[in-house]
Design a protein around this ligand. Sequence first.
Ligand code: PEP
Ligand code: MN
Length: 263
Amino acid sequence: LVSREAKTEKTLVRVRDAVFGGERVVVIAGPCAVESREQLLAVAVRVCRAGACMLRGGAFKPRSSPYSFQGLGREGLKLLAEASAATGLATVTEVIDEASLELALDYVDMLQIGARNMQNFSLLRAVGRSGKPVLLKRGLSATVEEWLMAAEYIVAEGNGNVVLCERGIRTFERATRNTLDLSAVPLVQELSHLPVIVDPSHATGDRRLVVPMSRAAVAAGADGLILEVHPEPENALCDGVQSLSPDSFDRLMAELQPIAAAV
Ligand code: PEP
Ligand code: MN
């Protein structure tokens, strides 16, 4: 179902005003985790003003350590809905199991399946049945074929609103958090009609690399970007090292425009 043989024309995935797979590059921005009303509203206002069309923020965090901040849960979802009402931005949040999925359905516009759950097949079927747009991250060590098969699980449940997200893969290289597989973008666009976006934040793990890799992703033809932005990256509860400040996000957005126009 997700292959170009099954459908030749590109799929457009609409999430309120955002259209993935169309002419414009869709930028999703926001903190790794929703931490507080002040934090989320401050960053939502800034990314909206800079031209982002969607707000990200984790309420359920699948952290590598069980002792790290796990997210605010339902309180975080409520804050996302509040930030959306205040700015008009559509929202995306990660769901990690069927319980968090049930909760998220009432509060957000798009569901994210994280890298660690890319092959959680019962969760994939459940987001498929939900009918909500899905952002499907590539697994830490998933091949392109496995990634597309994960999308197939969702679409097979009758939900064709799937956006794929390249977020770096695990390789021998430890100098960066992951290795951004940028060639997967044009490759997957060749193999599948689904939109493909890039997450330079998790791919690099280093805010200095996020800017050049965002430029490269847009130049490679990505349908969008998802970027971590925090009002005070040095005080973030999660992924501060890879988070942009609102000021650097402003500069990046201005730099991306001419690149997007040239692709
Ligand atoms: C995230 O987007 O905050 C996240 C946990 O990403 P990934 O699943 O790609 O590691
Ligand atoms: Mn993160």
